[in-house]
Design a protein around this ligand. Structure first.
Ligand SMILES: Cc1ncc(COP(=O)(O)O)c(C=O)c1O
Length: 490
């Protein structure tokens, strides 16, 4: 296997260079027809924006260059089989669930899952038994799920089809994956991992090992998030005998476009080659800058920075590329700190009421790291933060405290989003006791706090009020605009 090759990318380039006459879609004909004013940016990438013509293979019946590229990816990431995805980890999560669960089947699911997991359950008509994550009391951050809770869920619901977890979470924090895999396998069930934020795991000793290395059966990764493919480029990896691979393949062809983007697929091919041939070296380069930044921030005691060194018995793993920063004087919320940084040209991944999340990567430069540090220093000086009293630790009072570790089975179906029952909009204070008629999704990170049909508890209402007051953004919900939520009328 020649890991230095990128068969799909190379084929697209050689096709373009052979100066072919195109009598097929796409209509832009290798970028020639693109809008004149946009040409400068689009023309180059469109030159390899082709389709399933002779020699270019077919994603849904791969046996040529796409298949070669997928095999190289499987080898690189430690899978037995890899599927390229052109609709992000979103479609990977949907396919994982639909390939495993039918109507009324039970799936154990980590509660703070991405909305695509909830959508997958709806499409399948499956039931979720939610396992609630632990909260680290030192930082107020959500950690992974505990082995004890999974054991409990498996004892109560031995018919469950498997467990789907999100690892790492948005903040880069992970669970005891190896133990979870062993436990699930001892019960003859698969471990599915949404590793959207962990495509770079396993390529450097300072990074956690990948979910596949820990024995997960099916893993979805957003190659575009922490590695270098184009946005939407992702992969779904499988190993072992617990997964029905033909079902996964069929689900992917059902869910994805019949015209998958060749630039996205080729970018997966070259992102893989980069890892295969120089993964350690380029990750080390990125780590140098994030280490430097975390060190420099120690000179600004007004800020708390959770980098790679933070330990908690609840954080089994932590991605050093994810920097979580908070103002320890209590002057700025996470949202306000994000605004201050952005006003000075440093754009952040996301904020919550306490923290701002900064994503470094293998492509972060020394200049970027220095600019970010200088910006923190300016904010510190402008607000006189270092003259203020520090709060010794920030209990994240905004965190939703969960009262159950394992939920009862909850049925999901598409009626939940069809709005065919009477709905009314009420203030959050008045929503307690009603069933939510919409998903309430603070975005980012896109993790639903409420899903349709879920009863609003006083804790949830309180949590959402705090989030709303602190300036959180909510996707698709009325919450952000008029401070109400839709509930089912009866
Ligand atoms: C944990 C998690 N899973 C899945 C997704 C969906 O990934 P994608 O954007 O690649 O579709 C996201 C996106 O933010 C995510 O945070």
């Amino acid at each position: 296997m020649d890991v230095g090759r990128a068969p799909l990318y190379e084929k697209l380039v050689s096709h373009f260079e052979s100066r072919p006459a195109s009598f097929h879609v796409p209509g832009h004909k290798s970028g020639r027809g693109v809008d004149r004013q946009a040409k400068r940016f689009f023309e180059q990438v469109m030159s390899i924006d082709l389709t399933e013509i002779a020699g270019l293979d077919d994603l849904y019946h791969a046996e040529g260059v796409i298949q070669e590229a997928q095999e190289l990816a499987a080898h690189c990431f430690g899978a037995e089989q890899t599927f390229f995805l052109v609709n992000g980890s979103t479609v990977g999560n949907l396919a994982m669930i639909l390939s495993l669960c039918g109507r009324d089947d039970i799936l154990l699911v980590q509660r703070n899952a991405h909305k695509s997991v909830i959508h997958g359950l709806m499409l399948a008509g499956a039931k979720a038994v939610f396992i609630y994550p632990e909260i680290d009391k030192h930082t107020g951050l959500t950690a992974g799920i505990s082995i004890r809770d999974v054991e409990k869920a498996l004892a109560i619901y031995p018919e469950a089809k498997g467990l789907l977890i999100t690892n790492p979470n948005y903040y880069g924090i992970g669970s005891h994956l190896g133990e979870l895999a062993e436990l699930l396998h001892a019960h003859g069930k698969p471990l599915l991992v949404d590793e959207a934020h962990g495509a770079h795991y396993g390529f450097h000793p300072e990074l956690p090992k990948s979910a596949l290395r820990y024995g997960a059966d099916m893993v979805v990764q957003s190659t575009h998030k922490m590695l270098t493919s184009m946005t939407m480029g992702s992969m779904l990896h499988i190993q072992g005998k617990r997964i029905n691979r033909a079902a996964v393949k069929n689900c992917l062809s059902l869910l994805q476009s019949s015209s998958p983007s060749y630039p996205i697929m080729a970018s997966l091919d070259v992102a893989r080659r980069q890892m295969h041939t120089e993964g350690y070296e380029i990750i080390e380069k990125g780590l140098i800058h994030v280490r430097w930044f975390a060190d420099q921030m120690k000179t600004l005691p007004a800020f708390r920075v959770i980098g790679s060194m933070e330990t908690s018995d609840k954080f089994h793993t932590k991605d050093p590329f994810k920097i979580i920063a908070a103002d320890l004087t209590g002057t700025l919320t996470g949202f306000e700190l994000k605004e201050q940084l952005e006003a000075r040209g440093c754009f952040c991944e996301m904020a919550d009421p306490v923290y701002v999340l900064l994503v470094f990567s293998l492509a972060t430069t020394k200049d970027d790291a220095e600019r970010l540090y200088k910006t923190f220093k300016q904010i510190n000086a402008n607000l006189n933060l270092d003259k203020k009293e520090l709060i010794p630790s920030i209990p994240n009072i905004y965190n939703l405290t969960f009262h159950h570790s394992v939920s009862a089975p909850i049925s999901f179906n598409l009626d939940m989003i069809r709005h065919n029952k009477p709905v009314r909009h009420v203030a959050l204070e008045q929503a307690v006791g009603f069933q939510a008629a919409e998903m309430i999704i603070p975005y980012p990170p896109g993790i639903p706090v409420l899903y349709p049909g879920e009863t609003v508890t006083p804790e949830m209402a309180d949590y959402l009020i705090r989030l709303d007051q602190a300036g959180a953004k909510f996707q698709g919900a009325s919450l952000g605009d008029n401070h109400t939520i839709a509930v089912f009328a009866t």
